[in-house]
Each structure stands twice: as C-alpha cells, then as structure tokens.
Design a protein around this ligand. Sequence first.
Ligand SMILES: [Fe+2]
Ligand SMILES: [Fe+2]
Length: 269
Amino acid sequence: MPYEDKLISELETLKTSFTNTVEKIEKDIRRKDKIMQRSDERQQKEYDTLQDKLEEVKTLNKEIIDNQREAVFQMGVIGETRSKETANHVIRVAEYSHILALAYGLDEEEAETLRQASPLHDIGKVGIPDAILNKPGHFNDEEREIMNAHAKMGYDMFINLSGPIYQAAAHVSHEHHEKYDGSGYPRGLKGEDIHIYGRITAVADVFDALGSDRVYKKAWDDERIFELFKKERGKHFDAKLIDLFFENLDKFKTVRDKFKDEYKENGGH
Ligand SMILES: [Fe+2]
Ligand SMILES: [Fe+2]
C-alpha cells in the first residue's frame, strides 16, 4: 500500500526531525546553562574581588583613623607634659568632655571628636619657655601675656590641618580660656559665641586641674570645687554645662577614680 508506506515514511521523517529539534533545544539549553554558569562564576569572582578590596579599604581607613587618634593623643600628652600634667590628666579631660558633650545633646560622632580633641587644649604650651611654664607662684604682666599666648599658638597649629579632630582641636585650643561672661582670653568672646567645644573643655579642664596637685597649688577638695562651680555658673562657665556637670556627677567621679594619678613622692608635680 503505497499510500500507507508514504504516510509511515513521512511520520518517520517527522519523528526524526522532532527528535533532532528536541536534541538541538536540549543542547542549546545545556550550552546556555554553561554560559550562564560561567558568567555567574565570573560575576561571583568579581564580587569577591570587590569585597576583598572593600575590606582592604576599610582596614586602611581604620588604620588612618587609629593613627590620627594615636598622634592626637600623643600630642595631648606632649602639651600636658610641658605644663607638668600627667597622661591621666589627658585621659580624664577627654572623658569628662565626652560626658558633657553627650549630656548637652551633641551626637555621638561630635562627642567622640571632642573626646579626642579636648586634651589638645594646651598643646600651644610647647611654644612657651620653661622658665615661665614651671614658675611657681604668680606671673608678672609680661609673663602672663606670654603664657596666655598658648591659646592662639595651639589654634595656629591646627587650623590649617584638615579633618574634624584637628579642626575641633583648633577651636578647643583657641577658646578654652574664654569665659561665658566675656572676661576670658584671648578674644574676650561671650556666651554662645564661644564654640561649644571650648565651653565644654573649659569645665572639664578646670574640674580636673583644681582636683589635682600643681606646681603652684595643692589639690582642692570636692566641696571647694563645687562651690567655685556654683559661683562661676553663668560667669566663667556656661550655666547649662554646670547644671549638667552636677546632674552627671557620678559619671565624673567614676572617671576620676578609674584614671587616678599615681602617687609621686615629690608631691605629685
Ligand atoms: Fe590652657
Ligand atoms: Fe589641661
């Protein structure tokens, strides 16, 4: 039956062609899979490389910040050593400033910047002669003027360096002897014209200085310090900061106990 034969033959042909097509499609799919797999692998590799680089950048960045922090801390120690302060004084002033900054409402980043910059307030003293720095007793007018120049000297050291810590250090140096009522130096700034970093450092530094032995005086007891703070509230110091000081007294005392100066036989200088 030629007709049936023809039909079978056609069916065979169709079947073959169908099988071929299916095979081709399967092959295509396999190839595409492979290509996709390869490109996936390549993308994964690129992604991994990027991740590695990112980690590297993060590490480097952290190193830079750590180095800057370490350099800044050592500068603070140098500045304070010039005026016969201890490394612990540097740490305490840093911590007190941090407490006040947070209590005042500055954000954590700013408070951290100030924590690192505030111990640099006296770095300008590297430029003051020993004979004046270490003089026991009172200064005459000329000596006082030379001594007071340390504020501007510190400012000049930092103001042209970029980076928030250095900029903060410039303000702290320049303004830590300004007084809220305008009677301070070097510029006689008043109230909130004094940078908040300067106002905070003033409280932190004076609190610590009064509570420690110095070349020219013995440490004051707490009652005497608190009395002075109350008297100078709104005069030497920003009233709000003095209130915050008393509200956070426990924290201040904790820091003071934790970073006590070691007893020295020569009287603590
Ligand atoms: Fe100072
Ligand atoms: Fe100081």
